[in-house]
Design a protein. Structure first.
Length: 385
């Protein structure tokens, strides 16, 4: 197969409508074939029902210490968005490349694939790896099994660059996140008989008020040095949606809401999670004491570890060297970098494009950003040489 340019690779990757809810196997099949045509063996990490796969590959000497370029293959939906041009065809207008995923993050994916093939064909002394996950957009659930699958199949990499859009700025930290679906089960009676029933709404409100109290307690002390890098400089807990009840004069049989927390890197996320579980269990017990049918059910629906700024981190040193940029920053969105770090890698975020364009109607990456990403990859391959 011909060697494709970064732009041709971007066109190809965007043409696969890999929305998180559908299979990404067309893209994976194509990419595996493309890499194979250049003599690069790729490995798959399947999801449970084998409808999706992550793909990872290693080029260069078969030794530890690779630079790992990490991207995700899935994109957010375009449903209900009124696009100016076909979201699955990269369209250049006014110095911008429009298309779903151009920014988040098939632009980086295309550049990473380009770098892998370039490093393989030129020959490098230090290895390079590509790690392309699935289901990032639905809570970063695809990366942990992929990272586990990489162990022992390819030599352990050292420095991970997660190419989420940062305008090529070096990002060394982000908050972690955890989300819970809460279902409060009440007991329906006529509201005039309130004390014989359980209002799921009124009981659920106790848990929501507890969340408010937590926020107040969290924000009271001076933020730590790491927390002070963030805006806002503390862990936050939030209830973003709620539903429940059937009529003004019936005690609500059900109330459902979601609690999500964004945790600064040096806060104890496990303790925060345990506190939610303890509080829910306490409410559950008190409801059951009134009515055995009532209770609280908690379901964790996502959990992403924070990215801790590292001391003398290998990934940070690498990106500083390649970008000449000494500034570091933190972001408030979660990425797979925290998951790589948790698995023992040094990890940072650095990628082309602006997060403000991610998930938008008429998503785009500026041509200049894409070129800056390409220049980064060229310097990387030279550096590995
Ligand atoms: Zn992304």
């Amino acid at each position: 197969m011909n060697t494709l340019t970064p732009r041709q690779l971007l066109d190809k990757l965007v043409s696969f409508p890999t929305v998180s809810r559908v299979s990404n196997l067309d893209l994976v099949d194509w990419l595996e074939g493309y890499l194979a045509s250049h003599g690069i063996a790729a490995h798959r990490s399947w999801n449970e029902d084998r409808t999706k796969a992550a793909l990872f590959a290693h080029v260069g000497p078969w030794v530890e210490g690779a630079v790992v370029l990490s991207g995700h293959s899935d994109v957010v939906p375009v449903d209900g968005q009124d696009w100016t041009s076909d979201p699955w065809t990269v369209t250049e207008r006014d110095g911008r490349l429009y298309g779903r995923g151009t920014c988040d993050m098939k632009g980086f994916d295309a550049l990473a694939v380009w770098a892998l093939v370039e490093a393989h064909s030129k020959g490098v002394k230090r290895p390079l790896q590509l790690a392309l996950s699935y289901d990032e957009e639905v809570g970063c659930t695809g990366a942990p099994p992929m990272i586990a699958a990489m162990q022992g199949v390819v030599p352990k990499g050292e420095a991970v660059v997660v190419g989420e859009p940062s305008r090529m700025a070096l990002i060394t930290g982000h908050k972690g996140g955890t989300g819970f679906h809460v279902h409060v089960k009440g007991f329906e009676v006529h509201s005039s008989l309130l004390s014989y029933g359980v209002s799921a709404i009124m009981e659920g409100a106790r848990l929501i008020q507890w969340v408010n109290d937590q926020n107040a307690a969290i924000q009271a002390p001076q933020p730590s040095a790491v927390a002070a890098m963030f805006d806002p400089p503390f862990t936050t807990m939030h209830v973003g949606m709620i539903e429940g009840g059937t009529a003004h004069n019936i005690t609500a049989g059900d109330c459902r809401f979601a609690i999500e927390m964004r945790v600064v890197p040096d806060d104890d996320e496990a303790a925060r999670i345990a506190a939610v579980e303890t509080e829910a269990a306490r409410l559950d017990a008190s409801l059951k004491a009134k009515r055995p049918e009532a209770g609280v059910h908690l379901e964790k629906f996502f959990g992403v570890p924070a990215l801790r700024p590292e001391v003398d981190g290998a990934a940070e040193a690498l990106v500083r060297r390649l970008t000449g940029n000494n500034a570091t920053g933190v972001v408030s969105y979660g990425t797979e970098a925290g998951q790589f770090q948790e698995a023992g890698y040094s990890a940072v975020v650095c990628g082309p494009g602006d997060i403000a364009q991610a998930h938008q109607v008429d998503e785009f990456i500026e041509v200049s950003e894409f070129q800056a990403g390409h220049a980064f990859m060229q310097r990387l391959v030279e550096h590995l040489g």
